[in-house]
Design a protein around this ligand. Sequence first.
Ligand code: C2O
Ligand code: CU
Ligand code: CU
Length: 479
Amino acid sequence: MDVEIALRAFPDRVEIRPNTMTDVWRYSAEVTAGDSGVVEPIEGSYLGPTFRFRRGQRVRLVFDNEIPDESIVHWHGLDVPEDMDGHPRFAVPEGGRYVYEFTVDNRAGTYWYHPHPHGRTGPQVYAGMAGLIIITDEEEEALTLPRGEFDIPIVLQDRTFDGDELAYLPNGMMDRMLGFLGDEILVNGRPDAAFAVATRSYRLRILNGSNSRIYKLAWDDKTPMTVLTTDGGLLEAPVSRPYVTLGPAERVDIWANFAPNEVGATRTLVSLPFAAPEMGGMMGGTATLPLGAGFDVASFPITSVADSTDALPDRLSDPGFASVDEAVNVNSPRVVTLAMAQGAWTLNGRTFQMTNVAQDEIATHGTTEIWEFHNVGGGMGGGMMGGGMSGGLAHPMHMHGQQFQIIDRSVDNAGRASWETVSNGYVDDGWKDTVLVMPGEKVRVLRRFTSFPGLFLYHCHILEHEDMGMMRNFRIDTP
Ligand code: C2O
Ligand code: CU
Ligand code: CU
């Protein structure tokens, strides 16, 4: 083992807002053997510390669950064996321990960890249990990307306070159907985020760690967004977008250049308004900051002149993509229909069963397949809201076990108007583990089953949908 880490989840009281103590559940970690630089707290944050792993490193994490609830830790985006993946069937009770051992074998980029007990992921992440995993590799080390203090984590979450305490209110069926939306934006667990920067380039590692909010991220001065990575690490080359659409669990690393700015100026990262998908008349539910509203995310006051900078590389990595013709089902993609049925969000009409897989959820190890996520839109087929519901919701679909490629997307006429307000911000050029599927949208992805065999999850990463059962197992069998 190269490094051993003791990881705890425990209740605590922390200062999120100035001079106010708030109850949270949080992670802490300590290196018990090996390089102590592997654990790095985010300054001023109660979120879990960042794990800085190197590709090829062998790690052992001993997880002690000290919260009054069952829990298990999932390493979102990492390729690990099935019993190391934090599947809910391995959840341990309060006082329980789970020992993880795996080799880090992912591309350089930004990943994260969070709890995954069935039905309880939403409230546990909401209470504070989440942290970043940063992976480096040789390919990345050869590049001149901003490092150290010029490499800034930005974890986006929305929260609602009730007095001093965090309020998690998806109590009613409707709130859970819609997904939780907080009325305040926290960055790294803090309100009113401001990062003092110098006149140089920075790498901003942005994770949408929100339970259900979608962000449409842009610079207030209309500078295009320069994207270095998606979920599965470095792109082949940087890409530029007018804005970046980021669904729950998705990540992008942005190259931000403050060199043209004057000391004393401020640039602001904002979330632009968009036409949020609606569910009949139920849009936004009771949220005071509804989905699709615009707001400021973080400000970057330029406070000093830098004496050096890092230029943007033309080329970042060799992604090693698979080709569509490798797929064993080129002419008959596996279709996963996202829809409401019998008052629940479903995948092909089914909800989660702890260890079951259906016949059409079994793949063969060593193969490549096309999967098509089809968000049919509203509650067609007589959902709980009957015929009164139209439009539907966006679902960020996540697959465990291995990163995939996005082949293409299409949208139907009913969904088009809303889709067009976010689709220029999709970054489909790199490896992904989560893909936003808007109402009426079909997304085809190419997925290899070459990592580990076994039972893994795929689910919607709106945590309220996941907790309600918009999650299934798939099984990779060795031939
Ligand atoms: Cu980030 Cu199955 O989760
Ligand atoms: Cu995951
Ligand atoms: Cu969903």
